[in-house]
Design a protein around this ligand. Sequence first.
Ligand code: PMP
Length: 418
Amino acid sequence: MSRAEVQLPVADAAAKIAERRADFPALHQEVNGCPLAYLDNAASAQQPLAVIDTIANYQRRDHANVHRGVHTLSQRATEAYEGSRDKLRDFIGAQSRSEIVLTSGTTESINLVAQSFVRPRAGAGDKILITYLEHHANIVPWQIVCEQTGAELTVAPIDDRGQVDLERLYAMMTEDVRMLAVGHVSNALGTINPVEDITAVARDRDIPVLIDGAQATPHMQVDVSDLGCDFYAFSGHKMFGPTGTGVLYGREALLEAMPPYQGGGDMILEVRFDKTTYNELPYKFEAGTPNIAGVVGLGAAVDYLGEVGMENIGAYEQELLAYMTRRLSEIDGIRLYGTAERKASVQSFLLDDIHPHDLGTIVDHKGVAVRSGHHCAMPVMQHFCIPGTLRASLAFYNNHADVDRLVEALLAAKALFA
Ligand code: PMP
């Protein structure tokens, strides 16, 4: 029921979500003698029992290679694997299952588009447009294509709240732009970009749009048909599924016209030495034996998110983010990075002049897991002239107590350095 979920009143929804914490075994452990407060969800989220058990059951009973065997186990594996594709199609509102290419993650999805879609269409004098907010996975593949084709990478600036300067971005959408690649949600700062508006302007100017949705799908309902983008990339492990799984959504007509990204088994209809014919969509882009168990687990994650309800998750996380922002702001000497008007549940910060790695290590001793460093978004750090930050990123299974533990650990660190 992912798209037709029932909306509960806010208080009931919050209470129901609080119960979901029990579904995640990894959250119920001690780390360094303290109960774990897991606040590194933007890097990778924990998995619920529903996902863990689905994978274990698949491995115990159903595992075989997909698409190839007439025997029962192969049919079961194929059904489970292809069933996940249907769930993912529904999850993001794509028109057709042909538009759901299963990849190893956002990184592979973006590289696929860079090599298969942009590389044959770009040359000297052309531009690829991104923003300062991007994760390295939405920068480096375009730099590689620029090296290969002679195209130029252009970068729209951000302001000091971590918001893309839309006026500049729109001014940079000129007719020589062959691709606009933009993040839906910034992993380093939490900024939610107005991708609906950005896509509408780009489409008006016939500029293809790829959206990096790695940090959006865990937090909000995404509908690619409403967004109107050409490509949408996301990862399973950020949305409570396994690592090594992900999706590239692509508009069918574009995928149809693109050459394969990799050659091998499964992506062909017929192989002859004089000519090979490629498989139909989406298999043309899925060479070799895929991460079957992972994809089956990702399907279970999609089911699970449907039960919790993306709208409920969004509302709960917004409240928790407001609480975390308030509690962090109260700490003397804290500097918050990423204060955009529309944000997902991520907060980057620095405290006094304590190095983020030292801070991260000290809070880990108190059982608090946060990320320290540049978060694979070095240009964002360059914008703020800092080497990195500490980043606390929330999922719907976090609660006020997790935030309180973070604040206590930070105050203890502050006292150590005083
Ligand atoms: N884009 C964004 C915004 C991300 O946060 C990440 C993961 N940190 C990626 C892309 C890359 O995702 P993956 O490593 O799962 O391919």
